[in-house]
Design a protein around this ligand. Structure first.
Ligand code: NAP
Length: 348
């Protein structure tokens, strides 16, 4: 018997679509990703990118700080008793993801901890094959595989991955090798500032290396970088090489000025890349229409349809513009409703 709906991916889009599909009695199966070294190095482990972040301050309903104080001020007197149920600080990315996962499980979602590596959308029911060799048939599919962090593409960067080069400050920043040492963050967006700010808790100085003379980050985030005495922004600068040796790993970077081409070395124990993302769509090449940047193409305005009828896309895998937890969750809900209605019209 084919599954009514298979969801691939386990970020906010995947879990929200599972919650809605489960509540619609579609008995969803979520392939949440495999726990492998490859996925760890790429940043594509189960629970997605939010599991690699710290505090989530902008997910509605989860204000930062002392949630009990927030509730005390927000709730009418007859509901003040609820405050005692929530006595903790805000919510972190990993917590939010575990809560979403549990919410999906509570409604009967089946979870497979594996990657989908191959799909056949040419015939119906669709066929999907996992890394572990499991084959599953599905009447409808939601792709919610998200996007992963980019690297500069330097040979030296590849060599020192796990030895001081990282694309996730939150995962690796607290390691002893980085404590009290100068660190590099590459990029000028919100992620770069967030990573630099986080790393400043451990580092002696964080050098934020940006190729232009203006940050791309939002005003509030940029101000956070300017206000942090441990962050020094190196404007108009690129990283040409990661320096290091087999014993110590990363020892510094070779920098180049984009203004006059001069080069210099900067000592550092780590180099954190925060230079944007690539959608996780390799296994869908030639199967679904994609944009030039390989994001899945939504084919109907304000709907989550892809180029194959019965296959829907939600979250960052189809969105290189908003890329927020709440927009991913929103489109996950849309995809589940779109799939439910499509299954209904087909009489499944
Ligand atoms: P982003 O906004 O696309 O910024 C990427 C940065 O990396 C840009 O500054 C870009 O430089 C630089 N860059 C790209 N390729 C490079 C290369 N090859 N060499 C050197 N520099 C390179 O990506 P993001 O910072 O990951 O943010 C993605 C989305 O998530 C955004 O919508 C952001 O607002 C959101 N986000 C929000 C928060 C928050 O609100 N707390 C935190 C993280 C992310 P240019 O500026 O020169 O293009």
């Amino acid at each position: 018997m084919p599954e009514k709906i298979v969801i691939v991916g386990s970020g906010p889009a995947g879990w929200t679509s599972a919650i809605y599909a489960a509540r619609a009695s579609l008995e969803p199966v979520v392939f949440e990703g495999a726990v492998t070294e490859d996925n760890r190095l790429q940043g594509t482990m189960p629970l997605g990118q939010l599991a690699l972040t710290t505090e989530v301050e902008n997910y509605p309903g989860f204000p930062a700080g002392d949630l009990s104080e927030f509730l005390r001020s927000a709730l009418p007197s007859e509901h003040q008793w609820l405050v005692d149920l929530h006595q903790k600080e805000g919510c972190s990315g990993p917590e939010l993801m575990h809560l979403m996962r549990q919410q999906a499980v509570n409604f009967g979602t089946k979870i497979v901890t594996d990657d989908i590596v191959e799909v056949d959308f040419d015939s119906h029911p669709f066929k999907l094959r996992s890394l572990g060799g499991e084959e599953v048939e599905a009447l409808s599919v939601i792709i919610a595989t998200g996007a992963r962090a980019n690297y500069l593409g330097l040979e030296s960067e590849e060599k020192y991955k796990n030895l001081g080069v990282s694309a996730c400050a939150v995962c690796d920043g607290a390691l002893p090798r980085f404590r009290g040492k100068p660190l590099i963050v590459a990029g000028g967006g919100d992620s770069a500032v967030e990573e630099a700010d986080y790393l400043s808790k451990f580092a002696s100085t964080v050098y934020l290396v940006h190729r232009r003379d203006e940050l791309r980050a939002s005003k509030i985030m940029a101000q956070r970088a300017f206000d942090n005495p441990k962050i020094e922004i190196l404007w108009n600068t690129t990283i040409e090489e990661v320096l290091g040796n087999d014993t110590d790993g990363v020892t510094g970077v070779r920098l180049k000025s984009t203004v006059d081409g001069t080069e210099r070395e900067q000592e550092a124990a780590g180099a954190f890349m925060a230079i944007g993302h690539t959608p996780n769509t390799t296994f869908l090449e030639g199967k679904l229409d994609m944009t030039a940047k390989k994001y899945l193409q939504w084919t109907v305005p304000f709907r989550t349809n892809t180029s194959v009828e019965g296959v829907f896309a939600a979250g960052d895998v189809a969105d290189d513009y908003y890329r927020q937890a709440v927009t991913a969750a929103g489109s996950g809900c849309m995809a589940a409703l779109d799939a439910e209605r499509w299954l209904g019209t087909k009489g499944f």
